[in-house]
Design a protein around this ligand. Structure first.
Ligand code: ADP
Ligand code: MG
Length: 699
C-alpha cells in the first residue's frame, strides 16, 4: 500500500458510516481513515477484569458481574428503577431515573448482568447511577468474554457516541494492521531510543493492554506517543525548511559596502564587542548574496543591537539602496531616529522620519523624498507601510521588536521593495531585532525558518543590576532611598503597573502616584509620562528627564522599550507580581546602562501566590534574559508567552512544546536526513501533518 492510502480512504468506506454519520464525524475533523487513526483517546477505561462487589470502593470505572436479584420501580422523591445485583461477595444497587418498561422487564431476576460504571455512596450503600450494562439474553446463556484491551475514550461531539468511535477506530486499526503503510520516518533515521513503528504506535494508543503503563500513555511519555510526536515535529521542521527555501528563491540586491560603517566605527568612543563584530559580519555576508537575507538578531536589553542595525543600514546605503527602520511605538522609533541621526549626520546622511503624529505637510515631504530617492533612510512606525508610502529602491527593512507586529505588517513593508527584474522577483533584505530572548524551544519551532544571530555579550563595564523583592509595606523606606540616591546626583524611575487594558485608568493611577511622590519628595523634580499624553508632550517630558532636569520619572509601562538614560541607576516597580517576567526584564533594562551600580526594587502586594513568589525570585536571582525567558515559558506556557498573535503558530496536534522539548533537536536532525536522503517522503509528511496549510511566523 502506498503511504498516502490511509488519508485517501474516506471514512464512508467503513461499515456503518453513511452520509449522515459522515457529516457528524466531519465536525470532529474526521474525514479519512488516517484522521480516525490520529484521533487519539484522552483516557482509557479498564473493562478487562471484574471487581467483586464485596470489595467495591467509590472509585472510577469498574466492571462488576452478578445475578439480578430484583428490579423494582419505587416512588420516592423521584420515580426510579432500582435493580439489586449480587455476586456472592455482596450486593449493590443500580439506580435509573430514566427507563422504559422494556428495560425493566429485561432485568429479570436470575439473569447474569455485567455492569460498567462508577459506584458512589447512595441511599442504599454503594450505588451505580445509570451505568452501562449488558444482560444475558436468557438465564444461563452467559455473556461474551471480557475486553482484552483497555477501552479507549475519545474526544467527541454531540451525536457521535463513544461506541461509534470505538467501532470505527477498531475497523481502521484492522485495516492498518492488514496493510501497514510505508513508514514516513525511515527506520535508519529513527534509532532514537527504540521508538516503535507507526503501526505499532497507533495500535498501542488505541488499544493498550491492561498491563501497559497508562499514565505514560496519557502523559505523552510513552514511546508510542513519542513516535507520533517525533513525526509531527519532523513534519513541522520540513515545512519550515521548505518555506525558507521558497524565500531564498527570491532575488535581492547585492549590498556590499563597508566603508561608511568603518568611518562610523572610527568615530565611536568605544570598541565593538566581539559579539557585535561577529553578528555584523554575518549580516554583511548575508546581504552580499543575491538572495534575500532573513535574519533575526536576538540580543538582551543593552547589548547594542542598534549599532548592529546601523552597520546593515550603511551597507545598503553605500550600495545605493534605501533603508526603512520600523519600530512598534513612537517612543522607540524616536530613540532609533535620534541614535541614527547622531551616527549618520557626520557622514552626511540625513535620517528621515515618518510616524502617525507627523503633520500632513512634513509627511508629504517625506513621501516625496522616499519616492524620488533623495531620502536614503527613514525611521518610523506603522506609518511606514501605508499605501501612500513609496520607495525609489528599498533594499533593506529593519524591524525592531518583531513580536509586537503582525506578520502582515512586516510583509506589507517588504512589499514596498518588491519588483520584477530580469532575474526574477526581487525583494529587500530583512533584518529583525528583538530584545525579548526567544527560548530555544520556541525559536526552533516557530522561527525555524529564520537565520538567527545572538548578541551574547554585553558591552564591557556594565555591572549586573542588583534586584530586591520587597513587600508594599516598605514603601516609605523605598521613597527615602530614592531621595538619597537622587540627591547624590543619579536618577530614578518609578513604574506604575496597572494591568488594566485601559490607558485611561493607567494614566489616572500614574497621576495619583505622581502627586503622592511629589508630596513625599519635595526636594526633587519629578516628571510623569503615560500613554494618554500627546506624543510631543511625552517626548518633551522624556527629554527633560534624559537631560537631567528631572531626577525621578514616574511612568506607566510605556517606558518599557527604548528609553536610554545611563545616569538612571534606580528603578522601582509597583505591583511587580502582576507583570510577566519578560516585561519585568524589559523594564529593568532601563537601568544598568551606565558604569554605576544599579538597583531594581520590586514591590509586591501580599499575599503572593506561589507562582508569583517564584517569578519574583527569578528576577532577583538572574539578569540573564535567556534564563528569564526560559523560566517564563515554564511558568506561563508557550501560548501566553508569545501573546495571542502567534499562538496559532503553535498548533501542534500531538506534540507539546514544553513536554517534548527534548525531541526538538533529534527531530531537526531527522528532517535534515529526510531532505538529504529521502526527499520523496517530504510531501507525504507535510500532507499528513500540515494539511491545513502552514502557519509559521512568516518572517
Ligand atoms: P539594545 O540592544 O538594548 O537596543 P542599544 O543598541 O540601545 O541596546 O545600546 C545600549 C547602549 O550601549 C547605547 O547607549 C549604545 O550606544 C551603547 N553601546 C552599544 N555598543 C557598545 C559597545 N560595544 N561598547 C559600549 N557601549 C555600547
Ligand atoms: Mg534597542
Amino acid at each position: 500500500m502506498a503511504s498516502d492510502s490511509l488519508s485517501s480512504l474516506p471514512i464512508t468506506r467503513l461499515k456503518g458510516v453513511g452520509p449522515a454519520a459522515a457529516e457528524k464525524l466531519a465536525k470532529l475533523g474526521l474525514h479519512s481513515l488516517e484522521d480516525l487513526l490520529f484521533h487519539l483517546p484522552f483516557r482509557y477505561e479498564d473493562r478487562t477484569r471484574i471487581t467483586p462487589i464485596g470489595s467495591l470502593r467509590p472509585e472510577t470505572g469498574v466492571v462488576i458481574e452478578g445475578e439480578v436479584m430484583a428490579a423494582d420501580v419505587v416512588f420516592g422523591r423521584r420515580r426510579s428503577l432500582l435493580c439489586k445485583v449480587a455476586d456472592g461477595t455482596g450486593m449493590v444497587t443500580l439506580r435509573f431515573y430514566h427507563f422504559s418498561a422494556a428495560q425493566k422487564n429485561n432485568l429479570e431476576r436470575g439473569r447474569t448482568i455485567r455492569v460498567y460504571g462508577e459506584p458512589r455512596p447512595g441511599a442504599a450503600g454503594l450505588e451505580f447511577y445509570h451505568p452501562e450494562y449488558q444482560v444475558e439474553y436468557q438465564a444461563g446463556n452467559g455473556l461474551p468474554p471480557l475486553e482484552k484491551a483497555l477501552t479507549p475514550v475519545y474526544p467527541t461531539t454531540e451525536g457521535v457516541s463513544q461506541k461509534t468511535l470505538r467501532n470505527l477506530a477498531g475497523q481502521a486499526l484492522q485495516y492498518l494492521q492488514a496493510h501497514p503503510p510505508e513508514e514516513l520516518i525511515p527506520a535508519a533515521l529513527l534509532d532514537q531510543g527504540g521508538l516503535p513503528s507507526l503501526t505499532d504506535a497507533l495500535s498501542k494508543l488505541h488499544n493498550p493492554r491492561p498491563e501497559d503503563p497508562v499514565n505514560l500513555l496519557l502523559d505523552g511519555k510513552h514511546p508510542a506517543v513519542q513516535r507520533l510526536v517525533m513525526e509531527e515535529m519532523v513534519a513541522h521542521q520540513l515545512g519550515m525548511l521548505q518555506k525558507r527555501a521558497g524565500q531564498k528563491a527570491f532575488c535581492a540586491p547585492q549590498l556590499h559596502g563597508e566603508t561608511l560603517f568603518a568611518r562610523l566605527q572610527a568615530s565611536l568612543p568605544f570598541a565593538l564587542t566581539g559579539a557585535q563584530q561577529r553578528v555584523i559580519a554575518e549580516l554583511q555576508a548575508d546581504m552580499a548574496r543575491p538572495h534575500p537575507m532573513l535574519r533575526l538578531v536576538q540580543g538582551d536589553v543593552g547589548s547594542g543591537k542598534t549599532l548592529v542595525a546601523a552597520a546593515a543600514a550603511l551597507a545598503a546605503i553605500e550600495s545605493g539602496y534605501q533603508v526603512a527602520l520600523m519600530a512598534p511605538t513612537e517612543l522607540l522609533a524616536e530613540q532609533h531616529r535620534d541614535n541614527f541621526q547622531h551616527w549618520l549626520s557626520p557622514l552626511g546622511i540625513p535620517v528621515h522620519w515618518l510616524a502617525g503624529s507627523l503633520g500632513s505637510k512634513a509627511r508629504r515631504e517625506t513621501h516625496v523624498a522616499l519616492a524620488d530617492g533623495s531620502a536614503r533612510i527613514v525611521v518610523g512606525t506603522h506609518a511606514l507601510f501605508q499605501d501612500a508610502v513609496q520607495f525609489q529602491q528599498l533594499g533593506l527593512t529593519i524591524i525592531d521588536e518583531q513580536h509586537r507586529f503582525g506578520v502582515q505588517q512586516r510583509l506589507a513593508l517588504r512589499e514596498k521593495g518588491r519588483f520584477d527584474t530580469a532575474a526574477g522577483m526581487q525583494v529587500p533584505h530583512q533584518l529583525v531585532l528583538t530584545a525579548t530572548p526567544i527560548p530555544r524551544t520556541l525559536a526552533m519551532s516557530v522561527y525555524g525558518d529564520l537565520d538567527t544571530s545572538v548578541i551574547d555579550e554585553m558591552p564591557p563595564g556594565r555591572k549586573p543590576i542588583d534586584t530586591l523583592v520587597l513587600p508594599e509595606g516598605r514603601r516609605p523606606q523605598v521613597i527615602e532611598r530614592i531621595n538619597d540616591a537622587c540627591r547624590q546626583g543619579t536618577q530614578a524611575y518609578w513604574v506604575c503597573t496597572l494591568i488594566e487594558d485601559s490607558e485611561e485608568l493607567q494614566a489616572q493611577a500614574a497621576e495619583a502616584t505622581y502627586s503622592e511622590l511629589q508630596a513625599a519628595l519635595p526636594d526633587l523634580t519629578l516628571e510623569l509620562v503615560h500613554g494618554r499624553l500627546k506624543a510631543q508632550d511625552k517626548a518633551q517630558r522624556m527629554a527633560r528627564f534624559a537631560r537631567g532636569d528631572a531626577q525621578l520619572l514616574v511612568a506607566t509601562t510605556v517606558i518599557e522599550v527604548g528609553v536610554d538614560v545611563p545616569n538612571a541607576t534606580l528603578m522601582v516597580m509597583e505591583n511587580a507580581e502582576r507583570l510577566g517576567l519578560a516585561q519585568l526584564h524589559q523594564l529593568r533594562g532601563r537601568v544598568g546602562r551606565g558604569g554605576e551600580q544599579s538597583y531594581c526594587l520590586l514591590l509586591y502586594k501580599s499575599p503572593l501566590s506561589l507562582t508569583g513568589k517564584k517569578r519574583l525570585a527569578v528576577m532577583r536571582d538572574t539578569t540573564d534574559g535567556f534564563v528569564i525567558a526560559e523560566e517564563d515559558l515554564k511558568l506561563r506556557g508557550p501560548g501566553e508567552w508569545l501573546g495571542t498573535r502567534q499562538t496559532g503558530d503553535l498548533a501542534f496536534r500531538i506534540a507539546d512544546l514544553m513536554r517534548d522539548e527534548a525531541l526538538m533537536e533529534p527531530a531537526r536532525a531527522v528532517a535534515d536526513g529526510i531532505l538529504a536522503d529521502y526527499p520523496g517522503l517530504v510531501e507525504p509528511l507535510l500532507r499528513r501533518w500540515l494539511k491545513g496549510g502552514q502557519h509559521y511566523a512568516d518572517i
